[in-house]
Design a binder for this molecule. Sequence first.
Ligand SMILES: Nc1nc2c(c(=O)[nH]1)N[C@@H](CN(C=O)c1ccc(C(=O)N[C@@H](CCC(=O)O)C(=O)O)cc1)CN2
Length: 286
Amino acid sequence: MTAQILDGKATAAAIKSELTARVSALKDRGVTPGLGTLLVGDDPGSRWYVNGKHKDCAEVGIASIQRELPATASQEDIEAVVRELNENPECTGYIVQLPLPKGIDTNRVLELMDPLKDADGLHPMSLGRLVLNEPGPLPCTPYGIVALLRHHGVEINGAHVVVLGRGVTVGRSIGLLLTRKSENATVTLCHTGTRDLPRLLRQADIIVAAAGVPHLVKPEDVKPGAAVLDVGVSRDENGKIVGDVHPGVAEVAGWLSPNPGGVGPMTRAQLLVNVVEAAERTTSAG
Ligand SMILES: Nc1nc2c(c(=O)[nH]1)N[C@@H](CN(C=O)c1ccc(C(=O)N[C@@H](CCC(=O)O)C(=O)O)cc1)CN2
């Protein structure tokens, strides 16, 4: 192994420690941030993620509001909980855990959320703010990737970043985030229609692999010294995570995020950052 580790667990711990002080300062000003979650269905992975979010909240002093619906919940049932969370004064920000069950119109649910309470940065208004480079919550995984690179001193300014995957939660939004003046990267967004992916990968200073295709990024596709972030989550027959990055990449890359232990913990930490930043915006506006 030659690559240095982009340690998401340690970086997330440092972020949480800083947030604990900010939450305490908010409470001194009479504001208690409260994160709401809506979990629909019984997917064990989604339940694990939601439980993790509430554990993180307890660690930094953010209050928790948990809502759950069965997998059989209708669009109307889900929208009723969204309306309740919009009105609930104890809930200063909330998320709807994704994916929602088949047959549910996810965009309609996200659009119904109060944009001022969008803790995930996935409301159309928040994504619009990202396009316009206005302050607002940022999607947690892309935000976490930028924080992880910055924390380890990886140069983003001027870098050529190749992103694999065009989903809204990662690929599409990280393209918007990294091309802002403050990050100043050049981004190539690749997807299933991309021709000659290895040629593009070999040009990358930074690779963000979020395609969900096991071991898609091979050692021979990586420029020596590049930073490689593995966001892919597939499972082998024993339920163990298999990322988008082949283990042999560790011998070529300069930096590598482990999976697990890389981008996942950062996604969790940045959600807390969004909740605290939203509460801080409310108090400075008031
Ligand atoms: N509303 C949202 N839904 C989903 C999001 C999101 O940001 N908002 N992202 C993912 C799931 N997710 C958070 O919700 C998430 C994924 C992974 C991790 C994490 O810490 N993973 C661990 C490994 C855990 C394991 O073994 O399974 C790691 O990488 O170390 C946290 C949060 C989709 N849905």
